[in-house]
Design a protein around this ligand. Structure first.
Ligand SMILES: Oc1ccccc1CN[C@@H]1C=C[C@@H](O)[C@H](O)[C@H]1O
Length: 330
């Protein structure tokens, strides 16, 4: 039998190799995770709504199990995510009468949430996606219209970073976003992050979600984005890497397995991407996949509901795909 090298060991001189996990996959994918990954991220269980679903009632049990899995296996853990417009409970923005709260109240609630979760996982979680997806995809506006922006104002972002730094001064603090290699959105992310750096806000890195597919974004756009963000002197993490076998506009639902051509294109794509990432090893310190193997991916429900996807280096039986061999042989 051919010896399968450990992915994280092959990359130990370049950057950490991570996977998003949940309570099911730390069991079903345990052997794969322990062998090939040295970092994990909670796919959902450390989001606001999962941690504090009701004001003052903290439900850490699931997150604790994921943190324990990381500790037990000597893995690093990325914290995801403190301030985001999705998966945040309505109570955060409402007073007892269901009316919208004021700026001071919402800042206090943001601070309390950040303090509670960051202090609990201090020493286990070395970095946090403090703010997720705060800029617009299209249009002239820089800031995405969210309740955080509406109630607090534009400084909700720097406040989140300040609160996070006070909660755990040792944690590395990241701004995280998707479509990060699109030139227009890249310049918005750059403008936001540069403003934080210029103000002396405690930010240490940029998270590129890297939800990519077989053709987009181009290698040139990925390179330009890495160069742009790295020019700020911050660390770069790829935080949610997957390579969908369907391009964004492809809504086909007829496949029960990837076509041979898809697997060949995906292997070449992974080869080119990791060749590029290795070139920027001085800026990129972590590459996390948004899952570990094709038996489970959020893409099997997004953007097309119940449409199976096969985005990873390992197949549904946790066996290495051609993509894996292209990534470990260089
Ligand atoms: O690719 C996208 C397109 C539209 C909205 C959000 C995203 C990505 N958004 C990510 C995806 C899955 C969630 O589990 C992550 O927390 C989130 O950061």
């Amino acid at each position: 039998a051919v010896e399968i090298p450990s992915l994280s060991r092959v990359y130990q001189e370049f950057f950490n190799i991570g996977a998003a996990v949940n309570l099911r996959t730390i069991e079903s994918q345990q052997n794969l995770l322990v062998k090939h990954f040295n970092s994990i991220t909670a796919e959902n269980d450390m989001k606001f709504i999962e941690i504090q679903p009701v004001q003052g009632q903290f439900t850490f049990e699931k997150a604790d199990q994921l943190a324990a899995f990381a500790q037990k296996n000597g893995m690093k853990m990325r914290g995801h995510t403190l301030v985001w417009h999705n998966q945040t409970p309505d109570w955060v923005f409402q007073d007892v009468n269901g009316e919208q709260v004021d700026r001071e109240t919402l800042l206090q609630r943001m601070k309390e949430h950040i303090n509670a979760i960051m202090k609990r996982y201090k020493g286990t979680i070395f970095c946090w996606d403090v703010v997720n997806e705060a800029v617009t995809d299209e249009g002239p506006e820089l800031y995405r219209a969210t309740k955080w922006l509406d109630i607090i104002g534009e400084d909700y972002i720097e406040k989140a970073f300040e609160f996070a730094h006070q909660a755990d001064p040792d944690a590395l603090l990241f701004y995280n976003d998707y479509n990060e290699s699109n030139p227009q959105k890249r310049e918005k992310i750059y403008k936001l992050v540069k403003s934080l750096v210029d103000k002396g806000v405690p930010i240490h890195g940029v998270g590129l979600q890297a939800h990519w597919n077989l053709v987009n974004p181009s290698l040139e756009d990925i390179r330009a984005a890495i160069e742009r963000y790295a020019s700020l002197g911050l660390k770069l993490h790829l935080t949610e890497l997957d390579v969908s076998v369907f391009n964004h506009e492809d809504k086909r639902t007829d496949l029960t397995e990837p076509t041979p051509e898809m697997l060949e294109l995906q292997a070449e794509r992974y080869y080119q991407v990791f060749h590029l990432l290795r070139e920027y090893r001085d800026s990129i310190t972590s590459v996390t996949f948004w899952g570990a193997a094709d038996d489970y991916s959020w893409l099997s429900d997004f953007p097309v509901k119940a449409r199976k996807n096969w985005p990873f280096l390992f197949d549904e039986n946790h066996q290495p795909k051609d993509s894996f061999w292209k990534v470990v042989q260089f």
